[in-house]
Design a protein around this ligand. Structure first.
Ligand code: TXA
Ligand code: MG
Length: 313
């Protein structure tokens, strides 16, 4: 399987790749034609840059400028603390496709924690650019089956690495300037990052940014994103007739739950279940999905961010 994957990648094809966060649609990050294929298959606007995936800090340094701060973060969150962290740094290698970075002078880099992804990238010897393996604006896939349903006919190979352990996209942190800026909450919590860097992160309200600042700072943070086809209603204490109820914990025992993100109220479990359950409930049998309130701390920040974008119309 890895041999076939390597041969496909080196001839400019794109494949489905497991990571600990969500499944990615991977291509050789130095091959413009292969990268262009990613944008085409996803139907993604080419102003929205991609993350490159490396197998080590050593590989990362060959493609981006790692300041002391970026080094510290990579050493902690790529190696020691189980998490998913993408760092935005200045690009430093002309061989990296400019389509990957959408013409910006910065590049998004992360080291995934999935052994298959690490093995594949290591053997390939170059970074793989990989957005989530779904059509633009739909829900990110957390299993190989979910990739197959959406993109199976369009790509030659999907490597099955089992269900994603984290289940939500990586946290994106811009460390390319003097300030440390959170561009997307995700699998690494703000609290854990601030604990390591001993200073606070700038957290712009990504929905409040003007369209022009947004496209510069965080090109992918569209207001409506990760969306199911049926309406999603947040902070719902009860479901209306016809709605599915996505519960969290056992706070509202009188409410008939359709599914529960985590019966014990664990944010880790809820994160891992979120996208699978959103897909499961996204069917015409329901008028909409009512989602229980979820604490806005730790991983709850990422969960609420995705739910808010999914509910925007
Ligand atoms: O967990 C993840 O990050 C997954 C897995 C597959 O690795 N990937 C993922 O990629 O979520 P994607 O393409 O769905 O999201 C990448 C985000 C986009 O919002 C994009 O705008 C932002 O990263 N991004 C990429 N390069 C950037 C840059 N140079 N400056 C600012 N934002 C950037
Ligand atoms: Mg995506």
């Amino acid at each position: 399987m890895i041999k076939q994957a390597l041969s496909l990648l080196s001839t400019g094809n794109i494949i489905g790749m497991p990571t600990e966060s969500v499944y990615g649609l991977a291509a050789d990050a130095t091959n413009d034609a292969a990268v262009a294929r990613i944008y085409a298959v996803k139907n993604r606007p080419s102003i929205n840059p991609l993350i490159i995936h490396v197998d080590s800090i050593e590989m990362a340094r060959q493609w981006g400028v790692f300041t002391e701060l970026a080094e510290t973060l990579a050493k902690e969150f790529w190696y020691k603390i189980p998490s998913s962290l993408t760092l935005i740094v200045k690009r430093n290698n002309a061989a990296l496709s400019h389509l990957v970075t959408a013409g910006l002078d910065t590049v998004a880099i992360r080291m995934p924690m999935h052994p298959i992804a690490l093995d594949l990238i290591g053997k390939f010897g170059k970074p793989l650019s990989a957005p989530s393996a779904n059509k633009s604006n739909s829900i990110s896939p957390t299993s190989a089956e979910a990739v197959a349903i959406e993109l199976g006919d369009l790509i030659p190979l999907i490597i099955d690495g089992g269900p994603c352990r984290v289940g939500i996209e990586s946290t994106i942190l811009d460390v390319s300037g003097n300030e440390v800026i959170l561009l997307r909450p995700g699998g690494t919590t703000v609290e854990a990052i601030e604990d390591i860097i001993k200073k606070s992160i700038t957290m712009p309200d990504l929905n409040e940014l003007t369209e022009s600042t947004k496209s510069f700072k965080a090109p992918g943070m569209m207001k409506r994103h990760y969306a199911p086809a049926i309406p999603l209603r947040l902070n719902a204490i009860t479901a209306f007739p016809g709605e599915a109820y996505l519960a969290f914990g056992k706070e509202n025992p009188q409410q008939q739950e359709t599914l529960n993100l985590s019966e014990t109220g664990s944010l880790i479990e809820a994160t891992a279940n979120l996208f699978r359950m959103m897909r499961q409930l996204d069917c015409p049998a329901y008028k909409g999905i009512a989602v229980a309130p979820i604490l806005n701390i730790g991983l709850g920040l990422a969960i609420n961010d995705r739910l808010t974008r999914a509910s925007a119309r």
